[in-house]
Design a protein around this ligand. Structure first.
Ligand code: GLU
Length: 481
């Protein structure tokens, strides 16, 4: 049954690709909605017309979908409170702002940007924090006429009441504010677009949002927003401000630490489900401290009250570990299908679907991300193999290796290439027959000749899939005549 009263939203601005911080906030909203049979809403906050781009909106859709965070209402799917894109709602903001002006709770301000800038600089010089002092609050009709004649375009400012303000935050408990620092802030810009603080309140109110779950960086906006709700006689939603995500060096997570957009991580070959699992543990953990959890399980265990107010560290090592776990646990057909996206340049037709799955299965134990797959499987393709100088010198050219390869060439003629168990047996016998050499030395030499590596897939699988011609060809090439 749907709980109509629980309605949460993620409200990204399409000024960049979906950032991991926003993705984590989206996830927590989604978990809270699912847990409580509520609704998860996507709203696109694109009132910054210059910086907003359609390609970023698309990236937000694609990233959320790839993470499995499907929304119940949004710009593309519609809903009872459409439109869900702020640029389609400009009249709504205008009407509410007008209403506030009529009620004396907001006023037109004709000060130019330069004038405001000057005041700000002056305050900075005097080392006091800048506050707009209400110069345009009580203008006479004549003054207004004069400003109009000068061709000025007004903004609308909100009359900030001077009263104490505190609110209960699900994550942080009681939060108090010194509202003396808040001036009569702008709610409508002179170009007719709303400011963030105004639009977000109007939308959350109209869309009947019950809980606002967002990053700690928005706490300082909350008193302004509560004042606007009060001015509109509207119900204030319940807030939950979650701790920020920081890089391992405890600075703001940025490009210099690596990828920051969900789509970049997915393109690198982090499995969306591993990524979601990892994000869910940034600021939250289940009571039993388990870590590898599928989305359905996370929904069951998630508790908003247990989310931490402290910053969470984005540990790349942990993400890598988590991704490895998922790669190892995925059913092999699924992993093989995903691997194909990274093998576009390979002639996969030389193998059956089953053989391809065998290759992927044989290399998955060392994978961290899927984009490592081409490098890990390259020796399964092509007639010959590239052997670098180091392997040539340190493995192939050793007298023991040459002895192994000469003997192995004879064996290679008699191997039953289609019978993996039999290859294992034959290799075991071969090792025993090479008296005086360590098993490791023996396998090293064969592996190096066949794959150009000292580690990788099971040798029997390499032999079986390369087949007689390619095995003989590679061994011959490695033997020094
Ligand atoms: N557009 C705002 C952001 O991306 C939304 C903040 C909010 O959730 O109120 O930060």
């Amino acid at each position: 049954m749907t709980n109509n009263s629980i309605r949460v939203r993620i409200a990204p601005s399409p000024t960049g690709n979906l950032h991991v911080g926003t993705a984590r906030t989206a996830l927590f909203n989604y978990l809270f909605a699912k847990k409580n049979n509520g609704k998860f809403i996507l709203r696109i906050e694109d009132t910054d017309l210059e910086r907003s781009k359609e390609e970023y909106t698309q990236n937000i859709y694609d990233s959320l979908k790839s993470m499995g965070l499907n929304w119940d209402e949004g710009p593309d799917v519609g809903g009872e409170y459409a439109p869900y894109k702020q640029s389609d709602r400009l009249d709504t903001y205008k009407n509410y702002a007008q209403k506030l002006v009529e009620q004396g709770k907001a006023y037109y301000c004709w000060c130019s940007q330069e004038e405001v800038e000057k005041e700000k600089n002056k305050a900075a010089e005097e080392k006091i924090s800048y506050k707009y002092l209400g110069k345009c609050k009580d203008l006479t009709p004549e003054q207004v006429e004069q400003y109009k004649d000068e061709g000025r375009e007004p903004v609308i400012r909100f009359c900030t009441p001077s009263e104490k303000l505190a609110f209960d935050d699900i994550v942080r408990g009681q939060v108090e504010f010194d509202t003396n620092l808040i001036d009569d802030f702008v709610i409508m810009k002179s170009n007719g677009t709303p400011t963030y603080n105004f639009a977000v309140v109007i939308d959350d109110m109209e869309m009947k949002i019950s809980h606002v779950i967002r990053g700690e960086d928005h706490i300082s906006n909350t008193p302004k927003q509560i004042f606007i709700y009060r001015a509109l006689d509207a119900v204030v939603p319940t807030y939950a401000h979650v701790g920020m995500i920081l890089a391992p060096d405890r600075s703001k997570l940025s490009k210099r630490h690596g990828a920051t957009a969900v789509s970049e991580f997915i393109a690198q070959g982090y499995l969306p489900e591993a990524f979601v699992n990892f994000l869910s543990l940034l600021g939250w953990s289940p009571a039993d401290n388990r870590e590898v959890l599928e989305l359905q399980e996370i929904i069951k265990l998630f508790k908003l009250e247990k989310v931490s107010p402290s910053p969470a560290i984005f540990e790349f090592d942990k993400l890598n570990w988590m991704n490895g776990q998922y790669i190892r646990n995925l059913i092999i057909e699924d992993l093989t299908n995903r691997a194909k996206n990274y093998l576009k340049g390979f002639d996969l037709s030389i193998y059956t679907e089953e053989q391809l799955a065998q290759i992927i299965d044989s290399i998955r134990k060392n994978l961290v991300i899927l984009s490592e797959i081409p490098e890990a499987v390259i020796y399964f393709f092509g007639d010959s193999v590239e052997i670098d100088e180091k392997i040539q010198k340190e493995v192939i050219e050793l007298p023991e290796s040459q002895q192994v390869l000469n003997s192995f060439r004879d064996l290679a003629h008699t191997i039953d290439y289609d019978n993996l168990d039999e290859i294992h047996n034959q290799l075991a016998d071969f090792r025993k027959s090479m008296t005086g050499l360590k098993p490791k030395q023996i396998m090293w030499a064969i592996r190096a000749a066949l794959s150009g590596r000292t580690q990788g897939a099971d040798i029997a699988i390499i032999i079986s899939l390369l087949g007689k011609d390619r095995v003989l060809n590679r061994v011959d090439k490695a033997i020094i005549k």
